[in-house]
Write a protein that binds this ligand. Structure first.
Ligand code: NAD
Length: 254
């Protein structure tokens, strides 16, 4: 079993109990880690609060990454309370619906920029703020999707955004490796979450994925959590810069 005893981690992106970030946080806690969590805003807080309690989180803070001061306040609180950080999960994405539902060809510049900022550049900001707290090394993880490298019906502008996120993962891994900071992107198969419900035709996508995957089943948030917890552990000390598929093998199929 993965052991994260004594490790302290920040989880960004829990909206509810279906969130990939929640599946990961559960696995981290079960492996013995101490957690700091965030919620998007006042509307999200009542959904995240009971989950934070069940995870015995040491900190629960607001964080909309569009507000730099909120992200900075999260890392300030961690600096004050813990003085260090061992891992961060960045599990968030957003695109305005009218752009998400349009052909990429018709995407607005503002919508594309917003999707890139929240879903990709925020990971760069997270890395920058985490670096000084990871003097003993650490692990940064984000969450991507196969639509980055293949054209997946309905994924539209999120394809190029996730491609940028995967490239960002590799460049961060190269830049931070010298400090013992490892960087990965998890690539789960389709999962029924709030974010996924914004994609047109998502139910069909899930059905197709399950039928096509070599293991003939879908992906659960517990599967993602188990892999993510392992990557945070000392047993994964030689791994960095990876796109880690957890999709019942879907990515190898035509
Ligand atoms: P989710 O809706 O549970 O989580 C998305 C999170 O993004 C929410 O917690 C939301 O608050 C957060 N978020 C959106 N805008 C934000 C902002 N401005 N500041 C801070 N947080 C913000 O859905 P999920 O599926 O768990 O999504 C998590 C990640 O997993 C996303 O990057 C998504 O693209 C990725 N992913 C999802 C699937 C899937 O099928 N569900 C597959 C592969 C990758």
């Amino acid at each position: 079993m993965t052991d994260l005893t004594g490790k302290k981690g920040l989880v960004l992106g829990i909206a509810n109990e279906h969130s990939i970030a929640y599946g990961c946080a559960r696995a981290y806690r079960d492996a013995g880690a101490e957690l700091a969590l965030t919620y998007l805003n006042g509307k999200a807080k009542p959904h995240v609060e009971p989950l934070a309690a069940s995870l015995e989180a040491s900190m629960l803070l607001p964080c909309d990454v569009q507000h730099d001061d909120q992200l900075e306040a999260v890392f300030d609180a961690i600096q004050q309370q813990w003085g260090r950080l061992d891992f961060v999960l960045h599990a968030m994405a957003y695109a305005p619906l009218e752009d998400l539902h349009a052909r990429l060809t018709d995407t607005s510049s503002d919508g594309f920029a917003m999707a890139m900022d929240i879903s990709c550049h925020s990971f760069v900001r997270v890395a920058r703020l985490a670096e000084p707290l990871m003097a003993r090394g650490g692990c940064l993880q984000t969450v991507t999707f196969l639509g980055s490298e293949r054209v997946v019906d309905g994924y539209n502008l999120m394809g190029p955004v996730k491609a940028a996120l995967e490239s960002t993962t590799r460049y961060l891994a190269a830049e931070l490796g010298g400090r013992g900071i490892r960087v990965h992107a998890l690539s789960p198969g389709p999962l029924k979450t709030r974010a996924a419900s914004g994609l047109r035709g998502f139910d069909e996508l899930m059905t197709r994925a399950e039928a096509k995957a070599p293991l003939s089943h879908g992906t659960g948030i517990g599967d993602v959590g188990a892999l993510s917890a392992f990557l945070n552990s000392d047993a994964a000390a030689s791994l960095t810069g990876n796109i880690e598929y957890v999709d019942a093998g879907l990515h190898i199929m035509e």
